[in-house]
Design a protein around this ligand. Sequence first.
Ligand code: C2E
Ligand code: CA
Ligand code: CA
Length: 557
Amino acid sequence: MAKPVMLIVDDVEMNRAMLTAYFDDEYTILEAGDGDEGLRIIEEQPVDIVLLDLVMPSLNGYEVLSRIKSSERYAALPVIVMTAYTDGQSEVLAMEMGADDYIQKPYNPTVVQCRVRNVMGRVDRDAKARQVARMKEFIEHDSLTAIYNKETFCKKVAQHLQKHADTPYCMLYWNIHSFKVINDLFGTQTGDRILCEAANYFLQLSKETQGICGRVEADRFSVCLPQDKLDMEHITKQLDIHMQQLGINSRLTFLAGIYPITNITLPVDQMLDRAHMALNSLGANFAKRYASYDDQMREKLLEEQVIVREMDTAVKEDQFCAFFQPIYNLHTNECVSAEALVRWLHPEKGLISPGKFLPVFEKNGFITRLDRIVWEKACQCLAWQKEHCAQVTPISINVSRLDFYAGNLLEFLLGLIKKYDLETWMLKLEITESAYVDNPRQLQEISQQFHAHGFPILMDDFGSGYSSLNMLRSLPVDILKVDMVFVRDLDKDETTRILMRDIVQMARDMGMHTVIEGVETQSQLDFLRSIGCQDIQGYYFSKPLPHQDFKDLLNHA
Ligand code: C2E
Ligand code: CA
Ligand code: CA
């Protein structure tokens, strides 16, 4: 190993020679006869320790010391000053200026060697400690944002929660909506700036609230803070203000899931999972920027995972089937139509209603595949009718919002009509408002095409949303299906009765047929008949029936 380098700065050659004699076994010695030369040597080559005489002509030792200690680059370089004074003042002054130790002349070889060794030992330890600190910093922190990385965050949170076991904490899981798009659009440099700025905010927030924050994944951050400091309205508002300072020309939306920590022994990454689940429960429209985790959510999510896992097998094994709910004419009491409603006939769980699985399939897009299966079953029922009944009773099918995006919708339905040798009037299309809200123009165009081909268009759940009337005005609707909520309140509420009368009247004025859904009682039926309603769908007449039962009903009609 190379010897460390010692620089001896003294104007008296004799002194330099003496010190050299003490140290030249252990050190490579460099000599300077004055302050200027000493400083030049320090700048030109690595030096590990300086022995500096305080009294020298021109640049004296104090000035050299002051330059070394005030420079960022050399401040850590150990300097031992040498004095001939015995008043103690000069030593004190030199030590105050940052000298690491002092030696008095005349030199005592043992004392001199001890002092140098002590100083060097201290320097070694300091350097080690700094190195360890740097390593720790590197391992524990995220290299981009300099806040904790996921591992450290989890570790620190676990310790923190133990230490503050009496204080209820919560876990926040943040995600920047469409960060990938922003990254692509503005470049990774801007993306990095966004992440750093967000990290700054979360760090500030955690300092203010005695919390802890970390970057847990690419654009995902976590903050653990006391529940009584959780004012989400305030936090999201401040975050938005903070991010606006970046002046990025795109909306940066931060969404958060919250897990109120009820069990501090739960592994922290599971706390994060729960906050993450809460985040995932947020809808796509940002009406809400944050949501809290509850146990129901967990149950629900587990159920959803099972549904997704089983859906392909269910198709393969033909577990999805169509039930048919008859629709009756109020004046003739005859079944005039039916609605095809999907059911999942699960080999272990039995019959599952659509409320359980459709929301999942709407989320993952599987609904478009499922709808086509149900439509085909409806067509098979119509084909059977054509063969076995005196007349065909038309069937309504439900068309979801996503079906309009899946493409070749018209071609597919026309293909079914052709395959089963049917006519388009036999298949009624039930469309809900959600499809209209998404893209009114497109829906208008497509439904006009359907209409031109002779498919009756039915507006489902009329009155349940905000755009029902707009939709009615711009689409070629043949049949208005009034939402169940109205029927439910008929007996209770005079206003509802008036409203129902107005709706039926309006439909008649517009040349539309009405179907009232969810009729369960005789009194509802009597009222609806009295205001001139035509068709009724509801448990009063019949629940949705399995295909065979529906066929039996038609056969006996
Ligand atoms: P929807 O289109 O409004 O269908 C009517 C729902 O009301 C059906 O529920 C039906 O069983 C129920 N219902 C009928 N009469 C009564 C009654 O008198 N009282 C009560 N309380 N309920 C009644 P279901 O079959 O559970 O379907 C729920 C929803 O799932 C449907 O509402 C529809 O939006 C959707 N859906 C069902 N099948 C399909 C399908 O094949 N494709 C698509 N995209 N959606 C479907
Ligand atoms: Ca429907
Ligand atoms: Ca409906």
